[in-house]
Design a protein around this ligand. Structure first.
Ligand code: GLA
Length: 527
């Protein structure tokens, strides 16, 4: 009797104990430092560290990617399953990335749900090429300590006092050329860059004005004992590559970051600004794109950002070679106000473009707020061209080109120029459209009117003509009208269709054209 009672009591006690222990056991299992290593589509190894602390089913902690630590929000465990969110704030914008996970033996299986509008903002790390499903392994305490120390941002180095740098006299019209990023990401090499150089010449791109051949992220290797930057094994000799590019009548562009690492995790110029500028000058570099990326973990204020850009501009100046200086900080901190003062010839006004109508449309039609900053030598940069990369129709690419021409944007082709279709060539190589972009007056277009899904944009050209874009963002063909008074024109105007190289007679009062869905008509009006 008594024995049975004891057994029953003991059993009940055991069940209660087990119930109490179950969450505690999960808590302990999940608590710790976890590592996820992934290989990006470009073949880059990237590590993310999850430092998780779990108490009573609630997860707190941090996620570390390349000097970037973010707090975990809304973390909870239920049985073997758990979720948490990482919230990234950029000005007004908030992006929430939710991770769902399962405890699977000694490992964690993680799935990330991307926020609406793509991955994290540029420079935030952890976004590009991350697979949807990942496996995490727990780190032993010593290893965890080492990894976390390596991921901590470096100490802040002193920055120069802000001053207004003199104009370097370059980029009197928007720079034109080609950049490796949109099509090739970090999959670039000396051999392919030489092929691109050849193709820029044989396709007629160079003669149409596309002279800068710009390497984007992916060329950096390590530093030598003196701290001089070296290229990685895919670029055996950066000076020889520059010589080759120059021998083709092209100019040589390169990429780096004011931070310790570039956006793709390569070596940045942090603490080596002047030394790197000297290397670039020695290699014959003519263009530098300087991409904020991990600088955000060291510098936080607008002043620091401007000073960091000024620092490299001064480095370039001292190195003594004329180098077009392109700031890439995604349009933060009202860069239009100070980009030129920090030595910039070009500054990005947006996050990264993607090869979709939605992305191009959002960026292109959102540029009028920047118009007042654009002038000869100092250009707004709504990012590189996607023309020919396959994600839009030829009509949409024509609209992309029409907009970038009107906006006096740098024209950096981002496609594989070694194999261009005739349609792509027709869009990139139309001389009258390029002439609008390169107009000497250097004045960016602004929106003249908007009527539902149709818009009119115009810019004055040297000599008194106007370039006028009639756009149809809708899904059906539409008539688009511009009244000449809206353009400050009176009386008769001569109408020329730049795309068609065709005179369309004269007009008075207004000009109306039917524009296909997602299409553009780019006119030149003269009196
Ligand atoms: C950022 C820039 C891109 C490109 C990549 C390279 O995202 O905005 O244009 O340079 O970095 O990693």
């Amino acid at each position: 009797m008594l024995g049975a009672e004891v057994i029953r009591l003991a059993g009940a006690f055991l069940v209660a104990w087990a119930l109490m222990q179950a969450p505690a056991a999960t808590d302990a299992k999940l608590t710790g430092v976890w590592s996820v290593v992934i290989t990006t589509p470009d073949g880059q190894q990237r590590e993310t560290i999850y430092e998780l602390k779990v108490v009573g089913g609630k997860i707190t902690g941090k996620v570390y990617t390349m000097f970037n630590a973010q707090d975990i929000a809304d973390g909870k465990v239920e049985g073997e399953n758990f979720t948490f969110a990482i919230v990234t704030r950029m000005g007004e914008q908030e992006r929430r990335m939710v991770t769902e996970g399962t405890i699977a033996g000694d490992e964690l299986k993680l799935k990330r749900r991307m926020p609406a509008g793509g991955g994290p903002p540029p420079g935030a790390g952890g976004g590009k090429g991350m697979p949807a499903e990942m496996t995490a392994r727990k780190l032993a305490p010593e290893e965890a300590k080492k990894k976390l120390a390596a991921l901590a941002p470096p100490p802040k180095l002193p920055l120069p006092e802000l001053r207004d740098l003199p104009d370097n006299g370059l980029a009197r019209t928007p720079p034109m050329g080609w950049n490796s990023w949109n099509k090739f990401r970090t999959k670039i090499s000396d051999a392919m860059i030489r092929e691109i150089a050849d193709a820029l010449v044989s396709s007629g791109m160079r003669d149409a004005g596309y002279v800068y051949l710009n390497l984007d992220d992916g060329w950096h290797g390590t530093r030598d004992a003196q701290g001089n930057i070296r290229a990685n094994e895919r670029f055996p000799d950066m000076k020889a590559l520059g010589d080759y590019i120059h021998s083709k009548g092209l100019k040589y562009g390169i990429y780096s970051s004011p931070g310790p690492k570039t956006c793709a995790g390569f070596e940045g110029s942090y603490g080596h600004e002047e030394q790197d500028a000297r290397s670039y000058a020695a290699w014959g570099v003519d263009y530098l794109k300087y991409d904020w990326c991990s600088a955000r973990v060291v510098y936080t204020t607008a002043e620091e950002q401007r000073a960091a850009y000024q620092k490299m501009a001064t480095g370039i100046q001292r190195a003594g070679r004329p180098i077009v200086y392109a700031l890439c900080q995604y349009g933060q901190n009202a860069v239009g106000e100070w980009g030129a003062k920090a030595g910039g010839n070009v500054w990005r006004t947006t996050g990264d473009i993607r090869d979709t109508w939605a992305s191009m449309e959002r960026i292109g039609f959102g540029q009028d707020v920047w118009a007042k900053y654009s002038r000869a030598g100092h250009w707004n940069d709504p990012d590189m061209l996607e023309i020919g990369n396959g994600g839009m129709t030829d009509v949409e690419y024509k609209t992309h080109m029409s907009l970038w021409a009107l906006l006096a944007s740098p024209l950096l082709a981002g496609n594989d120029v070694r194999q261009m279709s005739e349609a792509t060539k027709a869009v990139l190589l139309n001389r009258e459209v390029i002439a609008v972009n390169q107009d000497k007056l250097g004045q960016q277009a602004q929106r003249v009117s908007q009527d539902g899904k149709t818009e009119v944009w115009a810019r004055p050209l040297a000599g008194g003509a106007k370039a006028v874009g009639l756009f149809n963002r809708g899904e059906e063909p539409a008539k688009v009208t511009v009244r000449l008074t809206e353009l400050g024109l009176k009386g008769k105007v001569k109408v020329r269709d730049t795309w068609a190289h065709a005179d369309k007679g004269t007009a008075e009062g207004e000009v109306t054209q039917t524009v296909e869905s997602h299409g553009a008509v780019l006119l030149r009006l003269t009196q």
